[in-house]
Design a protein around this ligand. Sequence first.
Ligand code: IPE
Ligand code: IPE
Ligand code: MG
Length: 246
Amino acid sequence: MTLKDQIDTNKVPRHVAVIMDGNGRWAKKRGLFRTKGHENGAKAVKQVVEACGEIKIPYLTLYAFSTENWNRPKIEVELLMTLLISSLKKELKNLQKNDIRLMAIGNINELPNKVLKELLEVIDKTKNNKQLTLTLALSYGSRQEIIKTIQEISLKVKNNLISPENIDDSLINNHLYTQNLPDVDLLIRTSGEQRVSNFLLWQIAYAEMYFTETLWPDFNKEDLFEAVLNYQNRERRFGKTSEQLN
Ligand code: IPE
Ligand code: IPE
Ligand code: MG
C-alpha cells in the first residue's frame, strides 16, 4: 500500500501550516548559491499544494517570509521578492485550474510595490475558489500580529464600542490576520530545527507538531503524506483523559 492509500480521508487535518526551512543549507551542501535553494524551494511548494489537494486538506498555510527575514542581506531579500513575483505570475493558471484560493497574512504593506500588486491581483482573481485555501505568510510575525490585535481591541474599548468583558477567544480571533482560518491542526517544520520562529503563536495552541530533518527543497508529496499519517496516529486529547475520548 502506498502512503497515500493508508491515509484515513475522514480524518485529515483541516489546517496544515508549514515552516519551510533549509533552503540555504540545501544549496550550500551542493556548493550552490542560496538563491538556488530558494528556487528549488518553490518546486517543493508546488508538490505540497498538489498533495493537499489530493487528500482534500482544505487549509494550507506556508511561512514564506518572516518579519525577521527583512534583516537578511539585501541581495537575498531582493531575490526572494523577485522569486515571489515570478511564482505568482507563473502559478495563477494552476491555482484557477485546481480551484485554489490564495490568501496572505502578515504586514504585506511592507512588501515592495511590485510584489504587493501581483499578490493582490492573484488574491482577487482566485477569491471564489473553494477546494483549498492556500495562505502565504509574508512579512509575517506572530508577536507583531498579536500587538496589532491588542491595539485594535484597545481602541474599541477606549471608544466604548466594546467592554473588556467582551474580550474572548473569538473576538481575538477576529482581529488576527488569520481571522478567516480555523486553528492549526498540524504544524510541520523541515530542516531539523525544532522551534516556532514567531509563527502563528496563538493559532497553534493545540496543534500537533511534526519535525523532519528533510530540507525544504527535498520535501515532496510523500513527505507530506508521511506527516499526515504520523498525525493520524496521535491521540488529540485537548486536556481530557484518553478514556473520556472513547
Ligand atoms: C527557508 O530557508 C526560506 C526562508 C526563510 C525565506 P532558509 O533560507 O532559512 O534556509 P537555511 O535555514 O539557511 O538553511
Ligand atoms: C523561519 O525560518 C521563517 C521562514 C521559514 C519563512 P528562518 O530560517 O528565518 O528561522 P530561524 O531564524 O532559523 O529561526
Ligand atoms: Mg532557515
